[in-house]
Design a protein around this ligand. Sequence first.
Ligand SMILES: *Cc1c(COP(=O)(O)O)cnc(C)c1O
Length: 383
Amino acid sequence: MSQPSKIWLSSPHMGGNELDFINEAFDNNWIAPLGPNVNGFESDLKTYLKTDKQVAALSSGTAAIHLALVQLGVTHGDEVICQSFTFCGSINPIFYQGAKPILVDSEPQTWNICPNALEEAITSRIKKGHKPKAIIAVHLYGMPYQVDEVHAIAKQYDIPIVEDAAEALGSTYKKQNCGTFGEFAALSFNGNKIITTSGGGALVSKNQATKDKTVYFATQARDSAAHYEHTEIGYNYRMSNIVAGIGRGQMQVLDKHVSLRRKMHQFYKDIFKKIEVINLLEEQNDEVFSNHWLSAITIHKKAHFTREDLRLFLLEDNIESRPLWKPMHLQPVFKKCPYYGGTVAEDLFNRGLCLPSGSNLSDDEKSRIETKLKSFLKQHGHI
Ligand SMILES: *Cc1c(COP(=O)(O)O)cnc(C)c1O
């Protein structure tokens, strides 16, 4: 028997008008990393975020975080705090700057940086004579971190926050968009994000001057002169006008994607409603609104199966699911980094799984997922 078609965790979902923007760029020969699509995409993002801040389109979310650290003056020997439970793109730029990550555990409500562990990390590092230069806080899986609590601590110790909103475009906290809280905020348009440009990112910053500075660093730090004059090290991080064309088309369907991802979340909520051994990551109160980029579950310790059992069972029917992010302090490459907190992140990794969450899953695919999940739960005596 042939394999059933693959159901992806999260796959690109084009809206339909992306090619029009790309064709326009070809027609007008705007193929360079500047042009009307770049300006248009930045302005679409700014409008969407309802902010006075400015947006610079870049080649990736990782590049955005890197340029935030560059502009915060993070350099060799500095320390930067980062949520341990995240994707490596949050933390790698700390190393690019020759600085040292200080990793912090999550809290169990939002799965994001734990305010208590954060404060412990800050005071401990200050005691050792290294006041952290920045804090990278992440809205994982689209779920806003505890913005008020985390920002109050950052303010108390006067440490800027780099908000990693790579997974949270379309999420809000107290009606304010994720991506507008930090001194800098990074967005990502990588292939599996809620909207994609095939690869890309953006950095949100305070004003036109900080945006200009971002663009300057993203285009090899060229000083104003007819020839190429350089007084600082730059990067080749600017988004191209072709890629930005995809972004403009995707912005037209962003709200639709958010509502479809939220529907996927509701789909799982209905399936697991009476299943005590499975917990879905959910909004804890009506102050937060998650784009539910990925629907993620944890398996209770008393369940008669593990997350690996479930993952492999789904794979039998060619349904992709994925363990939650493996915390950075448990990664071989980062294991020497200081770590503050307990075992919340580690426990999430051991017991958690992301389920197919794409905005483009068909009814047929959803019914395959539902059938497979129910037969698994039945097999293990949970229904
Ligand atoms: C995707 C992602 C990034 C990096 O974005 P890229 O565009 O892939 O470089 C950073 N942080 C988090 C949490 C992400 O999910």
